[in-house]
Write a protein that binds this ligand. Structure first.
Ligand SMILES: Cc1cc2nc3c(=O)[nH]c(=O)nc-3n(C[C@H](O)[C@H](O)[C@H](O)COP(=O)(O)OP(=O)(O)OC[C@H]3O[C@@H](n4cnc5c(N)ncnc54)[C@H](O)[C@@H]3O)c2cc1C
Length: 530
């Protein structure tokens, strides 16, 4: 019966890398596959400042006919990268296609070709043996795929003080050029290395799937600072590029505009039922094996839906976050760099009382002033004046905390098909949020960066968009868990390859490991199953 060897659901980092690893097999990819609208003509080039100087009116591009970029002023906030007119396609329709109910978890979902990685910061950090504690997978099983990913995407960064945390990667391109704020911080850290070492803190370059040199037909990053406004910057890796390569090479069949509703297994393989969003009809596809890569939330939803299960609570993981502003007084009054970036500038690893935390340092070049205007305590006029004078002197340290499963943090399928999400215990392991940040403040002060514990913010759960753990891999899995090869317990031909697989979350960006693990599982399916 099976017309395809494998059906892959989703074209985010997990789905595309699984499909790529299935080379030589007949692969069908099903996806909703939203695409960005065309760029304005002429295309915005150079950098944001050049645009302001040369274009008579940037309103449609930066704000939007329907005031899209001002969304967070009047509506439920979304990530700042997901609201401008040309970036909205990433989350368009998500609430309609996958309704969510929650009091305490801000879920972000994407039905775009390329998934959430259309908006990602492209931070790619290898897991270490310590990070894989609790996983039924050894680092040696992931390493060849990490190397292959560096080779395929191009990764910039450095083997520096952070190599013990991220592993040695001999194929890195040079790191991105730092803003003056971040460069001062890095220099200060190196000069007072012993102060930070005593605290268990190391600071180094970000590792980004962003090219600093031309590679495989893609250009180097040009510091245009358009990340919040212009989709598909070719220097920033997007799984949609690999998808295009796979389609053009005839390696996969791609069916966009399909919302997968459920799957069923038979002796011959799997059947997948979809709603064709163009014709609004149901369609059925058949294959020998099914690979779920719809993101940790939607893969879990499909498994529950296919079992007609509205009772079971599945575990849910997301990295709790903090956000600490940093001020550099001697930069007050200076202009922002015209050629800049909203990408992560530096990484900080903090071994605090035996728990490893990871932070990223960002500048303020990316967001619109209106994104921050109402966060400040003065009048609107005074806030604007404050921002103008202090933007170049301000940065943000965003810290991730690890996450372990907890009975108060779960996902369930409501009887009407909505996903019900609860996350009432943010920190499940290690120190509560705030103490590690307080410990850092005196060290920052010694290198001329000031902040206060009272300024530390605690974004709501869901904000790190590191969703995982809903169908965890185990050596001996039970119901709704996976074997180490990604196969769903109780099934013969259903595999899961996205963040749902992770039994826990270290404090680290997870997507590189989602991709490496998806390749590991799909390679095994290619060699052993098909
Ligand atoms: C602003 C932002 C910044 C980020 N920065 C980083 C970073 O720097 N580093 C990092 O590691 N991670 C980062 N992330 C997280 C990263 O994007 C996700 O971890 C990653 O995209 C997850 O990949 P995935 O393939 O599992 O799922 P997704 O990217 O969510 O892709 C899911 C895919 O499945 C499809 N799909 C879902 N349900 C269905 C269905 N029912 N039928 C058909 N198709 C379906 C969707 O169309 C989509 O193609 C960031 C995310 C955001 C939003």
């Amino acid at each position: 019966m099976a017309s395809f060897d494998a059906i892959v659901i989703g074209t985010g980092p997990a789905g595309v890398m699984a499909a790529r690893a299935l080379r030589g097999k007949r692969v069908l990819i099903l996806d909703v596959g939203r695409q960005p609208n065309p760029l304005p003509d002429p295309e915005p080039g150079g950098d944001l400042y050049e645009q302001r100087r040369t274009q008579p009116d940037l309103f449609d591009f930066l704000i939007g006919q329907n005031f899209e970029s001002l969304h967070n002023i009047h509506s439920e906030p979304v990530s700042l990268k997901l609201k401008s007119p040309l970036m909205r396609y990433i989350i368009d329709d998500a609430r309609a296609l996958a309704p969510v109910r929650s009091q305490n978890f801000d879920a972000t979902m994407s039905f775009a070709a390329g998934g959430l990685a259309n908006a990602w910061g492209a931070g790619v950090y290898r897991f270490t043996t310590r990070d894989l504690d609790g996983f039924p997978v050894r680092i040696q099983e992931l390493e060849p795929f990490y190397d292959e990913l560096t080779e395929h995407m191009g990764v910039s960064g450095a083997n520096d003080d952070l190599t013990p945390s991220f592993g040695n990667d001999p194929a890195l391109q040079p790191p991105i050029r730092l803003s003056r704020f971040a460069s001062d911080l890095h220099t200060g850290y190196r000069q007072k290395h012993e102060v930070f070492a005593k605290l268990g803190v190391s600071i180094g370059c970000t590792r980004l799937a962003v090219l600093t040199e031309p590679y495989r037909g893609r250009p180097a990053y040009n510091y245009g600072n358009f990340e919040f406004f212009r989709p598909h910057d070719r220097s920033v890796y997007n799984p949609a590029y690999t998808l295009r390569e796979l389609i053009d090479a005839g390696q996969v069949s791609y069916e966009p505009h399909h919302l997968v509703l459920r799957f069923a297994e038979s002796d011959q393989g799997v059947t997948v039922t979809t709603r064709n969003l163009l014709s609004d009809t149901h369609e059925v596809f058949e294959g020998r094996t099914l690979i779920l890569a719809a993101g940790a939330l939607n893969s879990a939803k499909l498994v529950l839906e296919s079992n007609d299960d509205h009772n079971t609570r599945l575990p849910l993981l997301d990295n709790p976050m903090t956000c600490l502003p940093l001020f550099r007084p001697n930069r007050i009054g200076q202009a922002l760099d015209t050629q800049d970036s909203s990408l992560g500038q530096l990484i900080l690893i903090h071994d605090y009382q035996g728990t490893v935390l990871q932070g990223s340092v960002y500048g303020t070049a990316g967001p619109l002033r209106s994104d921050i205007l109402f966060e400040l305590p003065l009048s609107i006029t005074a806030n604007l004046a404050w921002m103008r004078r202090t933007a170049a002197a301000t940065g943000l340290l965003m810290m991730f905390y690890p996450a372990d499963p907890h009975p108060d943090n779960y996902l369930q399928l409501a009887s009407d098909g909505a996903l019900q999400l609860n996350y009432s215990k943010p920190v499940t392991t290690g120190p509560e949020r705030g103490a590690a940040e307080r410990a850092l403040i005196p060290a920052f002060r010694k290198i001329g960066f000031y902040t206060a514990a009272a300024l530390c913010q605690y974004p709501p759960m869901g904000a790190s968009i590191h969703y995982a753990g809903t169908l965890p891999m185990r050596d001996k899995p039970g119901r709704y868990e996976l074997y180490p090869d990604g196969r769903l317990h109780g099934s013969r031909n259903v595999h899961v390859v996205d963040g749902a697989c992770f039994p826990r979350l270290p404090a680290k960006n997870l997507t590189l490991t989602i991709m490496a693990n998806a390749m590991r599982i799909a390679s095994r399916i290619r060699d052993m199953v098909l």
